[in-house]
Design a protein around this ligand. Structure first.
Ligand SMILES: Cc1ncc(COP(=O)(O)O)c(C=O)c1O
Length: 448
């Protein structure tokens, strides 16, 4: 049988150069970061990331879910080079340039809703959320927000107030910005109400009305509800099909804006430009970042034009809408469209889900497999009956995979996340999943 070309492990990672760099990093760099494992990236091409010791990994991470069109897509690289030679900076928040207008026009075309829109550009996911928070306050003149337990919306103090997926994110940073209320999300595998879908009648939506808005949080004081279409850092939690329609109806009834955080799920990852489109819902404000410029910093807040009605000077920044990032973003949109990457996300995602479900039959430590397109999670448990989180097991699987040449990470308590570039094909998926199965099998065996 011919040997698969990838992955290529020439020295068990971390190799000597990687170890040396990690050591320097640990004495120099803020250790507030997460760091899943000592992958010291040197270069990337397509769906392969190469480390400083010459190991080549199959990349099921896409960086941090940023490389939808793969590492160093040639058209994106060409656009970056050409724009960098022309204009690198001239703050769009104080002056004007063409790339911001071109890019924003494209964004208004691909975001859900056939209504006039306006765009605010920042540099990151958290800035897109901060802009949405301020905009919602400015437009509605209300101060309250609702967000979900398990949510991740960023780490600056405004977005952190909405975030609620890990204690470490908030420890010693209290108090948060006042005015946010957290409610349970539709995490059906671990229903917070111990109910079962569909018999539950989606009580988690009724709960917001009955136990929150009708009980102690006057809707007149709530500007917006923030939600991810699929909870990302919270564990790749996919709500049931009719959830968002019901939720949007509730919000409209109470005069509360819906802010859709597509920072992780957006840009084709779920098989649609934006995750919420899988459920036919049009949010009032949408935030996106990560894959937007294939790894260059940018974040966008896109709102209905009549909502983005704030006055001059109310919100701006220096670097947002950088022309090089915008040029890259235009090519990202072109590549997703022209190379049919959303179709590929659905096709390859279905195949990966099918194989993961086969693994689940064989290895009961895989408690749940869920996802849309190429945003896929496999939740690891110690025992499928008790559903006790398999935190050490998930970490073990991740580390074994890394040492064998598959880069994937976890999210939530114990969910393996599978988010390769949308360009991935079977010749890399199969060896990647074979490595994953080998790791799961070993850890499941040790767990008996
Ligand atoms: C859904 C979601 N929102 C917001 C953010 C924050 O983005 P950034 O890290 O660019 O600030 C993230 C980052 O992981 C995210 O996944």
């Amino acid at each position: 049988m011919p040997q698969a070309k990838y992955p290529k492990i020439v020295v068990t990672p971390p190799g000597p150069k990687a170890r040396e760099l990690v050591q320097q990093d640990h004495s120099l760099i803020s250790q507030s970061l997460v760091r899943f494992y000592p992958l010291v990236a040197e270069s990337g091409q397509g769906c392969i990331v190469r480390d400083v010791d010459g190991n080549e990994f199959i990349d099921f991470n896409s960086g941090l879910v940023c490389l939808a069109v793969g590492h160093s897509h040639p058209k994106v690289v060409a656009a970056i080079k050409s724009q960098a030679e022309k204009l690198i900076h001239y703050s769009y928040t104080d002056f004007y340039y063409e790339k911001v207008v071109q890019f924003s026009k494209e964004l208004t075309k691909i975001t859900p809703g056939n209504f006039p829109k306006r765009v605010f550009l920042g540099n990151s996911g958290t800035e897109a959320i901060e802009a949405a928070m301020k905009l919602a306050k400015w437009h509605t003149r209300k101060h309250g927000f609702i967000s979900f337990i398990g949510a991740f919306h960023g780490r600056t103090l405004g977005s952190l107030s909405l975030t609620a997926s890990k204690p470490a994110q908030r420890r010693h940073f209290l108090p948060m910005v006042p005015g946010d209320t957290h409610v349970p999300f539709a995490y059906c595998y671990r229903c917070p109400f111990k109910l079962e879908y569909p018999d539950c009648g989606m009580y988690c939506v009724d709960f917001i009305q009955e136990q929150v808005l009708d009980t102690y949080l006057p809707p007149e004081d709530v500007a917006a509800l923030f939600t991810e279409p699929i909870q990302g850092e919270g564990g790749y939690v996919v709500p049931p099909d009719d959830y968002f329609k019901r939720l949007k109806k509730l919000l409209d009834k109470n005069g509360i804006l819906m802010v859709d955080d597509e920072v992780q799920a957006g840009m084709g990852r779920t098989g649609r430009w934006f995750g919420i489109e899988n459920w036919g819902v049009e949010p009032d404000i949408l935030c996106t970042s990560k894959a937007l410029a294939s790894g260059l910093p940018i974040g966008a807040t896109v709102a209905k034009a009549d909502i983005m009605d704030w006055e001059g000077g109310s919100h701006a920044n220096t670097f947002g809408g950088n022309p090089v990032s915008c040029a890259a973003g235009i090519e990202v949109i072109n590549a997703i469209r022209d190379e049919h990457l959303m179709e590929n996300a659905v096709k390859q995602g279905n195949y990966i889900m099918k194989r993961l479900k086969e693994f689940q039959e064989k290895y009961p430590i895989i408690g749940d497999v869920r996802g849309k397109g190429l945003m896929i999670g496999a939740e690891i448990v110690k025992d499928p009956k008790t559903k006790e989180f398999g935190e050490t097991e998930a970490k073990d699987i991740m580390m074994k995979s890394f040492r064998r040449g598959l880069a994937l990470i976890t999210c939530g308590h114990s969910t393996l996340r599978i988010t390769p570039p949308l360009t991935i094909t079977r010749d890399l998926i199969d060896p990647g999943l074979d490595i994953l199965e080998g790791a799961v099998k070993e850890v499941a065996g040790a767990n008996k």
